[in-house]
Structures are given as structure tokens and as C-alpha cells.
Design a protein around this ligand. Structure first.
Ligand SMILES: Nc1ncnc2c1ncn2[C@@H]1O[C@H](COP(=O)(O)OP(=O)(O)O)[C@@H](O)[C@H]1O
Ligand SMILES: [Mg+2]
Length: 309
């Protein structure tokens, strides 16, 4: 029989004849969630016939986004993607920022990326850069300005451009992590029509709390048309315990957004040094507070408290 993990939606084929009679629970080999095999309420997905063997299920699709710059979006997208890959997942990192910082942070120099992919200009092998074990990159950069014009020029359906293209390849991955540029433009709208989960890094400064409220207003205008996208994680960044204001904003965030708020990423100079070496924080300073905090984020996102322990 085929069972589907209720947490990560991955499928597992189980040979019932080899199952000991007293076993009622199994652990998902991908996200490590434990769940009942004989579920009294089978999910809608489980009730359907299994899809063809070559097609796996949809990945988790997470956008790291907030309209304000300098809040730790790219640092988070890169270290989230790299950390999930270290944890054993197959990850695609999509850089939708014209600055193309994700490539720089990973120390790779892709010749092509997202623009060429959407415009069908090159083969997939030429477009995807394998940055680490289990981690692939669809690079951003200046050429994305042209992509924005392509999206703008479409008479209708422009907001679905990214979704239509990425959906053709994303089932090869467990996670797709999307880094975004600051501001609000057609590409960010495209990202929010593609992903299901949104992670917003919030630098612990007053202005960005306002930025979060404004961003959530813009997001709710997308949610009218894409009911599948939701704010899942608020990640406080640049946390400095010695600064009273930093703690005050953290408390406010927790009051307003409760469970969505993740354990903060502390201010850590190692996080700002690592990119110059083209290294992730786990490579550059594995014992640093920055690496510890991002590992904690991976545990939360993968819903597995035992990862890296
Ligand atoms: N927790 C942190 N502690 C110290 N420096 C950080 C931290 N997070 C990010 N940085 C640094 O702050 C700057 C802005 O971060 P970045 O991830 O590029 O933000 P964004 O993508 O939102 O513009 C970068 O130089 C980065 O190295
Ligand atoms: Mg950035």
C-alpha cells in the first residue's frame, strides 16, 4: 500500500505482508514525523490512486521575503537551503533578486540561471548549478530585469509565469527555497503565486515591524487569488540581547504572531564574514551562534527536533 506522511506529504510504499501485526505507527524517512499507518481519517490525497512511479509529490515551497532590504533574507535563504541539504533533503534554491547574491554566498559562478530557464534558452543542465551535495541553485542576477519585462508584457497570466515553469521540475526536490529582492514587483508577485509558505525575516528594529505589517497587507491582496499561500514563519534576525529595544520588539512579535515566530537569529559577525569566502555558516563557522541559530531554524522548518543532535 502507499501511505502519505500527513506532515510533509511524501509517499511511502509499504509491503503490508512484511509488517508485524502489532505495528500501528511509522516514522517518515524524510521529515521523521511519526504517524498512524491505519489512519481512521485517510486524507483526501491518500484516498486517490498513487501517481505514476516516476512522479514524486510536490515539494515544500518556501519564499524568504519582506519588502525591506538588509533584514537577512539572502543570508536566511542560503543557510536555510544549505542546512536542509545537510539534513539530507534535496533542495532547490531559486534566486529572484537582480543582485544575484545567493551565488556569491555559495561561492559559485553560474553562467545562466532563472531568466534562461523561464525563457527556455538552454538545457536544464546548463541552467542549474549544483552548489553542494543535494543543493542546486537557479541563479538570479541582472538578467532578471529582462524577465520582469517579459512578465509585464503578457496580456494575462503574467503572475503565473514562474509557477508554470518551476512546476515542470520541482517534483525532483523535497524543498524549493526562494530568495527575493526588496520592494514589491512583478517577480515577487510571481513568487507568491508559486510558493505555499512564506518566511519573513524581521530585523529587530522598529521600522521593520512596520515593514512586516505593510508586507502582510500586500500579501493578503495576493491571498484573494492564491488561497494556498500563507505566512508560516516569522524569523527575528539581528537579535542582540543586550539591546532593550531588540527584546521589546521580540516580545511584541510573539504577542502578535504567536507560534509563527521562530527562535531568533542572533547578531553574529560570522554571518556577515562567511559570504566573502563563498561559504555557508555551517562551513565557515560551524560552532558559531549563527550556525547554531540556523540549525534551530532547520529543525523548526523540517519539524524534526532531533536534526543535527
Ligand atoms: N544575524 C546576522 N548577524 C550579523 N550580520 C548579518 C546577520 N544576518 C545578515 N547579516 C549581514 O547583513 C547584511 C544584510 O543581510 P542580507 O541577508 O543580504 O539581507 P537582505 O537579503 O534582506 O538584503 C549582509 O551583509 C549579511 O552578511
Ligand atoms: Mg538579499
Amino acid at each position: 500500500m502507499v501511505i502519505i506522511c500527513p506532515h510533509c506529504q511524501k509517499e511511502h510504499s509499504i509491503d503490508e505482508s512484511r509488517l508485524p501485526p502489532n505495528v500501528t505507527k511509522v516514522r517518515c524517512k524524510y521529515c521523521k514525523e511519526q504517524f498512524d499507518i491505519i489512519s481512521p481519517k485517510p486524507s483526501a490525497a491518500a484516498a486517490q490512486p498513487p501517481p505514476p512511479a516516476q512522479k514524486s509529490t510536490e515539494p515544500r515551497k518556501i519564499a524568504v521575503t519582506l519588502s525591506k532590504g538588509g533584514v537577512g533574507k539572502t543570508t536566511t535563504a542560503v543557510n536555510l537551503a544549505a542546512g536542509l541539504a545537510l539534513a539530507g533533503f534535496k533542495v532547490l534554491l531559486v534566486d529572484t533578486d537582480t543582485q544575484g547574491q545567493a551565488s556569491f554566498m555559495l561561492g559559485v559562478k553560474p553562467k545562466a540561471g532563472l531568466t534562461e530557464f523561464v525563457n527556455n534558452e538552454l538545457s536544464l543542465d546548463e541552467i542549474m548549478t549544483q552548489a553542494r551535495d543535494r543543493l542546486w541553485l537557479l541563479a538570479g542576477g541582472r538578467s532578471l530585469a529582462g524577465l520582469k519585462r517579459v512578465i509585464d508584457r503578457k496580456d494575462f497570466g503574467g503572475e503565473m509565469t514562474l509557477k508554470e515553469k518551476l512546476s515542470t521540475i520541482d517534483n525532483k526536490f523535497d524543498y524549493v527555497v526562494v530568495d527575493t529582492s526588496p520592494g514589491w514587483d512583478p517577480l515577487i508577485v510571481n513568487v507568491l503565486f508559486y510558493v505555499r509558505e512564506v518566511l519573513t525575516p524581521v530585523s529587530l528594529e522598529v521600522m521593520t515591524l512596520q515593514g512586516l505589517v505593510e508586507f502582510l497587507k500586500s500579501m493578503s491582496s495576493i491571498q484573494k487569488y492564491n488561497k494556498d499561500v500563507a505566512l508560516k514563519y516569522i524569523l527575528p534576525t539581528f537579535h542582540d540581547q543586550r539591546v532593550k529595544k531588540s527584546n521589546g520588539i521580540l516580545t511584541k512579535l510573539e504577542e502578535l504572531y504567536g507560534n509563527h515566530v521562530c527562535t531568533p537569529i542572533r547578531y553574529n559577525v560570522r554571518l556577515s564574514e562567511a559570504p566573502a569566502y563563498g561559504q555557508t555558516i555551517y562551513e565557515f563557522a560551524p560552532g558559531s551562534p549563527g550556525a547554531q541559530d540556523y540549525r534551530e531554524l532547520i529543525r523548526k522548518v523540517a519539524n524534526n527536533p532531533k536534526l543535527f543532535t
